[in-house]
Write a protein that binds this ligand. Structure first.
Ligand SMILES: Nc1ncnc2c1ncn2[C@@H]1O[C@H](COP(=O)(O)OP(=O)(O)O)[C@@H](O)[C@H]1O
Ligand SMILES: [Mg+2]
Length: 506
């Protein structure tokens, strides 16, 4: 055989697509290797790695010309995951071994070092799901990727630490058992336990706002002086959310895998992500992008929380790009040849000081900022961005007495029960996974029936507080969530509470 064929993958967003690796070998004056089929520069570099690794494990190319075709030609191939399929394809095409398997029944991916060691790839779960869909006989991947790929229970996974082992598998596959995840408790070792609501002393209004946020999927801003517990409260929010569904866990795992952020030994993310990027983060770091497109923080937070601490300190241009993804729950990254889309269904929670020094409204400390400084600080957040946040709450400093009292108030588990029930009411009305925060204007019309008194309250608020129509819609969405938490139709008292979470100027 001077031609061999096997299968590997390329990523389009979260989805893996099949790429066939064809290798043809013909006699020549010296060893040469050509890769065709829209490879990017990282794939082109594969040439040198593969030839050197093959030589170092005892399979030099010799005086032969080798052509590698990555098909279909129109799909862009990125990264270093083609090293292993190309190397195994060459070994077969050279006819140096008697293969015990039909190579094109397998999916293969892995990066090689010059000495032939295998390095993990990004996107192994997406690849494993593709291989399972095609009923592949097996998946040959680097050992580090095996826990993650083993989420697909109907697929035989053969992990290797180096090229030599993979070649030995081709020669005598019967010597190998498919991979079994040894210790499923491994998946929890990287998890930081969330802050329980009871850890936060006092701050009952803020805790209530967290409950509403969790129940209705609303975005929330906390404003308050340094040390008042804003960051602590944000961390407690994760403990109020319902557990991930399997579907959600699979999607979140795929994203982390593609971003190379999945901890080793983790097969599935069982906990909602909590991402807190620093305010110096770049555009690409936040929404995604880069030479080889990678999901950004907003997608790493998919199905979980994005915490933007010190909101006005973020660059204004970075904040502006958040608006569309927050609304669409998807982020699209445009590139020269293709667009990729990553999901980003998140709860966004932001914290800010009321002014640059942080002490506006503080009971004992005086604010040192001028009005112009304050104005400039708040103007970093545009009107349309404020519109993406349904709740705004001022968090006062906690007193010494409060800080040193025994934990009081409800535990996260108690509140989470109410959140889950409130969410179930919303899913029953709008469909699985849809919450009040996602309602459009016309959906609000059909789901939000106001009685005369509620109409009067909203009318008065719009007139006296100069609320925009958008701000009024936000109040209705929050009001619906408060009603769902009370297991009741929307009443005037729910609207009154919702009104208390508006920012003074919108
Ligand atoms: N209400 C509170 N209950 C318990 N600890 C608090 C509270 N507020 C602040 N702290 C403690 O004070 C420190 C600073 O709180 P932090 O959440 O970082 O404040 P902020 O983000 O508002 O500046 C944290 O270590 C936190 O443990
Ligand atoms: Mg903080």
């Amino acid at each position: 055989m001077a031609v061999s064929r096997c299968r590997t993958f390329t990523l389009l967003g979260l989805e893996a697509l099949t790429v066939t690796v064809e290798v043809d070998i013909a006699p020549a004056d010296k060893p040469t290797l050509v890769i065709v089929g829209l490879p990017d520069s990282a794939v082109k570099e594969s040439k040198d790695r593969v030839l050197t690794a093959l030589k170092n494990v005892g399979y030099p190319l010799g005086s032969q010309h080798c052509t590698v075709n990555l098909a279909p030609g129109h799909l862009r191939k990125e990264g270093a995951c083609y090293d292993l399929p190309i190397a195994l394809g060459i070994v077969l095409a050279m006819e140096k071994i008697n293969s015990g398997i039909q190579l094109d029944n397998y999916f293969i991916a892995g990066e090689l070092s010059l000495s032939g060691e295998l390095r993990p790839i990004a996107g192994a779960l997406s690849l494993a799901m593709l291989a399972q869909k095609h009923k592949a006989q097996g998946l040959l991947i680097p050992l580090e990727n095996a826990p993650e790929a083993s989420v697909t229970t109907k697929l035989n996974i053969y992990p290797f630490t180096n090229l030599k082992e993979a070649i030995a598998f081709l020669i005598n596959p019967k010597n190998y058992q498919p991979y079994l995840l040894k210790n499923s408790s491994q998946q929890h070792q990287n998890h930081i336990p969330p802050v329980d609501l009871q850890t936060v002393r006092g701050q009952y209004a803020a805790k209530r706002a967290l409950e509403i946020t969790a129940a209705g999927g609303h975005n929330l801003i906390f404003s308050g002086p340094p040390g008042s517990g804003k960051s602590l409260l944000a961390k407690a929010l994760i403990s109020l959310l319902p557990p991930l569904t399997l579907q959600e866990a699979l999607e979140s795992t795929k994203i982390h895998s593609i971003a190379r952020m999945l901890p080793t030994d983790t097969n599935l993310l069982y906990h909602r992500p909590f991402r807190a990027p620093h305010h110096t983060i770049s555009y690409a770091g936040l929404v995604g992008g880069g030479n080889i497109p990678r999901p950004g923080e907003i997608s790493l937070a998919h199905n979980g929380i994005l915490f933007l601490d010190e909101l006005p300190e973020f660059s204004r241009s970075v904040l502006e790009v958040l608006r569309q993804p927050l609304e669409d729950r998807l982020v699209t990254i445009s590139r020269a040849r293709q667009q990729v889309t990553y999901p980003c269904s998140i709860l966004c929670i932001a914290a800010m000081n009321p002014c640059p020094c942080g002490y506006t409204g503080h009971p004992t400390k005086a604010c040192k900022d001028t009005d112009i400084q304050k104005q400039r600080y708040l103007q970093k957040i545009s009107g349309p961005l404020w519109d993406r946040f349904d709740l705004f709450l001022t968090v006062p400093p906690v007193s010494y007495q409060e800080m040193h009292q025994a934990p009081t108030g409800e535990t996260s588990a108690t509140v989470r029960q109410r959140v889950i029930q409130a969410r179930e009411r919303q899913y029953a009305r709008y469909g699985e996974g849809k919450t009040n925060a996602m309602l459009t204007r016309s959906q609000l019309d059909s789901h939000c029936k106001l009685d005369t008194e509620s109409h009067a309250i909203l009318k008065q608020a719009m007139e006296e507080m100069h609320l925009s129509a958008r701000a009024a819609d936000r109040i209705l969405r929050v009001g619906l969530t408060i009603a769902d938490l009370a297991n009741s139709p929307l009443c005037p008292e729910h609207l009154m509470e919702a009104l208390s979470y508006r920012k003074a100027t919108t």
